[in-house]
Design a protein around this ligand. Structure first.
Ligand SMILES: Nc1nc2c(ncn2[C@@H]2O[C@H](COP(=O)(O)OP(=O)(O)OP(=O)(O)O)[C@@H](O)[C@H]2O)c(=O)[nH]1
Length: 600
């Protein structure tokens, strides 16, 4: 593949808000360049994971190499590097953008700029990319490209005179987009003579070949069979297979500066070849790694417990396997007096957490109880020691604590004007500090707040969507830690403290949260044959209490008459209903109770 001159290579990615048409556009580009024949065109080629397709979101980024003969008669190689569309994965987005010289900014011409779009445009600008605005969905009756152009110019400060009007669905404007990429996106730099440096922008685990690493060669060249070193991990490997993605894997002998490809090298787990790491040659190593490598750090934690304690080892195996393909997933064994043996797991964010839970249940057939998500608190003890706590039940007792700090995020929301009131109310009810408000075009507004992360990881996103009837979008980033008057709220069921229901809350909200929590639990825990007291307490002080009255439930009561098979069916049904219950002392508590604290 080295016959491609660097001047004819273009590396680009697509930035878009969810549903603005990124995948549809990528499909069209692959079709138009003949990279994928129409016959092979599976809808949305770039999203391969089942889960992604079902949820319609892009989680893992991938790449595709296209050959395009431009109007100037020359043949170009266009590498499309896909980016994940969710804030949890913004580090991966930034690395894939670092592998490009340009980006298509796809905006739905009937909807306009959204928070996610903005966040990714800023990442692209930080990486000095040439940005080409594309106004998609111009076939829609509500499309108003001129207004959206103006909006992009005002908000992003991007010249939209060369913006392309397109309909990915109907194949309009596709050639213009390809021509813009050729003419506007700069070619990679000529750095063939320098020692090899290649940037890993993605990797995935293949059970037969080990980890497959996707990379962009920044300097020098790499050949099949070369011995390479990953500069951050320090590990060395011999390349088994080197190739390009067209878009399926196709082996080649060599890749040089500017090119995008993959290699496999019997790498056992993705954590050995992390996104952002630099590949160099063992025999002629580069002096300095490429900038920007960071190890992804989990922000959200929760406990995962098998409903059936016999499944503990299965859960461990499943987590070990998932970890091979997900370097950001962290876990360690946790023992809870209420839930037994399980794992405390760390995730990049809420979506990441949901994806992992769903995969564990779906792909590994596990039946799990999940505790409410928590963040990392920084506790300064009286003796001056600072400890980080990701599990409320491990908070040192009050007499040992001097102060507790919690992480804050800057939340940026974009919303139609009429929802500004409800959204401000929401942010304030979540202890948010107002920072900024700006009017955009056409009655839309940006709202900026600093809010404790703990308040955002509960159902903030869902609330924002429901209060804005789905129209608002948001984005957040960590801004640091702040001391607050925080306390641990314990929950006692039938007199037993349930460690997995403990939460850390602001002192001013403790009474309210405690009250709401016991009321919710009363609703969620089924009646038993005895009365169950429910209490919320701070230390030994009970702040709220309720009780679930006793009930004698005889499912066979309705079944007078002697139909034995019907009786059996009812008993079986009752047994099934008991799955996903956890016995706390003598009380069966359903999964929903552990998440109750989220929905207060
Ligand atoms: N009318 C119209 N619909 C389009 C156009 N492009 C995409 N769509 C539709 O918009 C929806 C979202 O398109 P996708 O391509 O999945 O959007 P996406 O940006 O890839 O979404 P994520 O993968 O979730 O980030 C789909 O139902 C598409 O059929 C277009 O030009 N016109």
């Amino acid at each position: 593949m080295t016959d491609v001159p660097i001047s004819r290579i273009r590396n680009f990615s697509i930035i878009a808000h969810i549903d603005h048409g990124k995948s549809t556009l990528a499909d069209r580009l692959l079709q138009k360049t003949g990279t994928v024949s129409d016959r092979d065109m599976k809808a949305q080629f770039l999203d391969t994971m089942d889960l992604e397709r079902e949820r319609g979101i892009t989680i893992k980024l991938q790449a595709a190499r296209m050959n395009y003969t431009a109007r100037d008669g020359n043949e170009y190689v266009l590498n499309l590097i896909d980016t994940p569309g969710h804030v949890d994965f913004s580090y991966e987005v930034s690395r894939s953008l670092a592998a490009c010289e340009g980006a298509l900014l796809v905006v739905d011409a009937s909807q306009g700029v959204e928070a996610q779009t903005l966040a990714n445009v800023y990442l692209a600008l930080e990486n000095d990319l040439e940005i080409i605005p594309v106004l998609n969905k111009i076939d829609l009756p509500g499309a108003d490209p001129d207004r959206i152009k103006q909006e992009i110019e005002e908000i992003v400060g991007l010249d939209c005179s060369a913006a392309v009007l397109a309909s990915a669905k109907e194949g309009v404007g596709i050639e213009e987009i390809l021509e813009s990429i050729v003419y506007l996106v700069p070619p990679p730099q000529e750095t063939l003579d320098q020692p090899l440096r290649a940037l890993i922008f993605d990797s995935y685990y293949d059970s037969y070949r080990g980890v497959i690493v996707y990379f962009r060669v920044m300097d020098g060249r790499v050949c099949q069979g070369d011995r390479v070193r990953l500069m951050a991990s320090g590990k060395e490997y011999e390349i088994d297979e080197l190739g390009v993605l067209s878009p399926t894997q196709k082996p080649v002998d060599e890749l040089h500066a500017g090119e995008v490809g993959y290699f496999s090298a019997a790498i056992k787990a993705v954590e050995d070849a992390r996104v952002g790491d630099t590949i160099t040659l063992v025999k002629a190593p580069a002096k300095q790694a490429l900038p920007g490598y960071v190890e992804a750090k989990p922000m959200v934690f929760c406990g995962l417990f098998p409903t059936d304690s016999d499944q503990f080892e299965d859960l461990r195996e499943a987590l070990d396997k998932l970890r091979l393909s997900d370097a950001a997933l962290q876990y360690e064994p946790e023992t809870s007096s209420a839930m037994g043996f399980g794992f405390r797991c760390g995730f990049l964010g809420l979506l990441h957490m949901e994806i992992v839970q769903e995969r564990l249940e779906r792909e590994y057939g596990l039946d799990l109880i999940t505790t409410a998500p928590s963040v990392i608190y920084r506790v300064t003890k009286i003796n001056g020691e600072v400890v980080e706590i990701d599990n409320p039940s491990l908070l040192p007792p009050p007499q040992e604590r001097e102060k507790i700090a919690e992480p804050y995020v800057k939340v940026e929301m974009i919303t139609p004007e009429e929802f500004v009131g409800p959204l401000m109310e929401l942010a304030q009810s979540r202890r948010g500090d107002f920072k900024d408000m700006q009017y955009l075009t056409q009655g839309r507004t940006t709202l900026v707040y600093e809010i404790p992360l703990a308040e955002v990881v509960s159902d903030f996103f869902d609330q924002m969507k429901s209060r804005s009837r789905g129209y608002a979008s948001m984005e957040y980033q960590l801004v640091g830690y702040r001391d607050n008057a925080l306390v641990r709220l314990d929950v006692l069921i039938n007199g037993d403290p349930v460690d997995s229901l403990a939460t850390i809350v602001h002192r001013d909200k403790a009474y309210y949260v405690g009250r709401a929590l016991v009321e919710k639990l009363k609703e969620l825990i089924p009646r038993h044959q005895f009365k169950i007291p429910l209490q919320a307490s701070i230390g030994s002080r009970v702040v709220a209490s309720e009780s679930i009255p006793a009930l004698r439930k005889d499912v066979l009561a309705k079944c007078y008459g002697g139909d034995i098979s019907r009786k059996k069916k009812l008993l079986q049904k009752q047994k099934e209903g008991k799955k996903r219950l956890k016995s706390i002392g003598t009380v069966d508590v359903p999964q929903s109770a552990f998440m109750a604290v989220l929905r207060l």
